[in-house]
Design a binder for this molecule. Structure first.
Ligand SMILES: Cc1ncc(COP(=O)(O)O)c(C=O)c1O
Length: 417
């Protein structure tokens, strides 16, 4: 599209916390792609696991009674890993598909239980849950909803961290008409990394239990160590009814997502003798090679104790970034929850220019929601590189300021007579 024509930046290779572009520049991958490259780039072990599986069997649809060993092994491993008793796993090909699957699963659950009025889904302002049909209808970022005509009904949006507002919304709509509350533990791309207010998540979970509402935790970004524990649910003591996963599940080596269900929703479809079937399936659900990538990825995560590494490094990352908040162009620095931080600029244009200027500092960074520079590096980043990020942002801010001064002081071109 014309907005990027002539400015395409081609990334051709990756190794550890670095990627390389087609001009041979080695660039620190500060956002880990789109928050996914948790174990870092260029892991031969994952490529070999995928290659082995592809040679054996690329995949076979896990429909009806069919299954493949990688899908089965990964489902068992995930069920044992999540803090949810009796967890069941439904595979997808990414975060947006996990959102669609979860909303359908919950609505089907309520229909099956005879509570047919329970259809509305509550989400938060600034929340981001992918951009498929339900995702676009539920997203808390107005620009992502605009320009499509009528979206799906039944969406209720509440302020980010306000429990009283959440309960008011439930009561105003009628608690018997709300199907689910869907939230991220740490709001990621929609609002530019907003960690939870003290007690918000457990309070929201309690409200869901009190009103019989399904609590869906979107861990597409936070899952697999990003928030400083295997899942954000572990860190914040949550027991969601549904958990949504993608990204870090394979560290981006192949597309894969999952919906993990427990409690009443799982019972509706999985209890022995249940008459209810969830008539939903995707060609690549549980793709065998993608599941093999996930298994190898989880092996690395556990063997190299990378989640501990993230937890140990989170204060170092935040402490390094905090002094940037004194800069006149910076509105706020947010972080302290694992390798999830952001440097929010007052103006989107400044954030975009800083992101461009970072290349000259040997780093890639991206602008995310709320005019923020996304700092979410791969877990394998060296301490020395972690420490270089704030100085690079500061230098890029300096470049942008100097360029602006030059533009402002340049004499007006003479108009031809
Ligand atoms: C919290 C959250 N949920 C869902 C999604 C959608 O995931 P995908 O882009 O893999 O469809 C994203 C993507 O960034 C996300 O951040």
């Amino acid at each position: 599209m014309p907005t990027i024509s002539g400015r395409v930046h081609r990334i051709v290779r990756g190794q550890g916390a670095y990627v390389f572009d087609d001009e041979g520049r080695r660039l620190l991958d500060v956002p880990a792609g789109l928050w996914f490259a948790n174990v870092g780039h260029g892991r031969a072990e994952i490529a070999e696991a995928v290659g082995r599986q592809l040679r054996e069997l690329a995949t076979y649809p896990v429909f009806g009674r069919f299954c493949t060993p990688p899908a089965e092994e990964l489902a068992d491993r995930l069920a044992a890993l999540v803090p949810m008793a009796g967890a069941k796993v439904f595979f997808t090909s990414g975060g947006s598909e996990s959102v669609e699957t979860a909303i359908k699963l919950v609505r089907r659950h309520w229909q099956a239980r005879g509570q047919t009025e329970r259809q509305a889904v509550i989400t938060r302002e600034g929340g981001y849950h992918g951009l498929h049909g339900f995702g676009t209808s539920l997203v808390g970022v107005p620009e992502f909803r605009a320009g499509y005509g009528e979206l799906l009904p039944g969406r209720i949006t509440v302020p980010m961290m306000d429990l009283a507002a959440l309960e008011r919304a439930i009561l105003a709509h009628g608690s018997g008409r709300v199907a689910a509350f869907l939230c991220e533990a740490v709001i990621a791309g929609g609002a530019g990394v907003v960690p939870p207010a003290e007690g918000y998540l457990t309070g929201a979970q309690e409200l869901c239990r009190k009103h019989g509402i399904v609590f869906i935790l979107d861990e597409v970004v936070t899952g697999f160590g990003r928030a400083g524990s295997m899942f954000a649910a572990d860190r914040y003591g949550l027991r969601p009814d549904l958990m949504l996963l993608a990204k870090g599940l394979t560290s981006g080596y192949l597309p894969l997502g999952a919906v993990v269900a427990a409690g009443p929703v799982a019972e509706t479809f999985w209890n022995p003798g249940t008459p209810h079937v969830f008539e939903h399936g995707l060609t690549y659900s549980g793709h065998a090679a993608a599941c093999a990538a996930a298994m190898a990825n989880l092996d690395i995560l556990e063997r190299e104790d990378l989640v501990t590494r993230v937890r140990a490094g989170e204060s170092r990352l935040l402490a390094g970034l905090l002094p940037l908040s004194a800069h006149p162009e910076i509105a706020e620095v947010r972080g302290g929850t694992g390798f999830l931080a952001a440097v929010a600029c007052h103006e989107l244009e400044v954030a975009a220019q800083v992101a461009d200027a970072m290349v000259a500092e040997g780093m890639l960074i991206r602008v995310t929601g709320g005019n923020a520079l996304q700092v979410s590096p791969p877990f394998v980043i060296e301490d020395a590189d972690l420490d270089r990020i704030p100085a690079a942002i500061s230098a890029a801010l300096g470049r942008v300021a100097r360029r602006r001064v030059r533009q402002e002081t340049r004499p007006e071109p003479e108009t031809p007579a």
